[in-house]
Design a protein. Sequence first.
Length: 227
Amino acid sequence: MISFSHVYKTYRGNEGRASHALRDVSLEIQKGEFVFLTGPSGAGKTTLFRLMSAFDRPSSGVASVAGYEIAQLTAATLPHFRRRIGVVFQDFKLLRDRTVFENVALPLDIRGDTGSSLQRRVMDGLDGVGLAHKADEFPESLSGGEQQRVAIARALIHKPGLLIADEPTGNLDPELSAEIMNLFERANAQGTTVFVATHDHAMVKSRAKRVLKIHAGQMGEGLWVSP
Ligand SMILES: Nc1ncnc2c1ncn2[C@@H]1O[C@H](COP(=O)(O)OP(=O)(O)OP(=O)(O)O)[C@@H](O)[C@H]1O
Ligand SMILES: [Mg+2]
């Protein structure tokens, strides 16, 4: 489902010096896996997330996700790629001027769905995160945990094969974080491959999942010992 081979992401510093946010990262994630990515602040988690979700391109190496090579995506193929994945952010990224219903409907709107089947799918999606009763509210009237549940419903509404999240519980207390993780686990149980970047060690420890570790842009099991 995800395959990185010798991937670098390199930024130019002030004096033109290259700094590697990702350094020779290779990894394989199979269909159906649930994988955490942990590492200290600045290690490269968001950088990796942005490559996986094609918000950025690798500087070198090959990054393949859901059957697409990220560096090869074009304006024509990017929408197809987007339909294969669902993305969840730390700060939810809901549209403030749209209702909860409209936010969740967005991925279906984009691909041209309309009418009663869209209506039913969105309400089923909201029901799945326990928020059908908030369909007509605007995001700002929801709690943080509720907003993240709406964002998860939106990420899953088009039934992507892969769900990618960057610090999805970073703004939430432990109880709400557990709720959010339960939703990810349920999606995984239903067949969705799940990738979650997080520095929440307690949460990672509480779930028996594969854990990838990153430190100073380098990936590996032995490179970084969690505190
Ligand atoms: N656009 C950019 N330009 C230059 N350097 C960048 C850019 N984006 C990230 N970096 C650098 O890449 C490194 C990795 O950053 P990244 O945001 O991926 O870390 P992170 O693991 O997500 O950290 P955190 O836990 O704080 O979110 C950092 O040293 C950062 O300064
Ligand atoms: Mg980050």
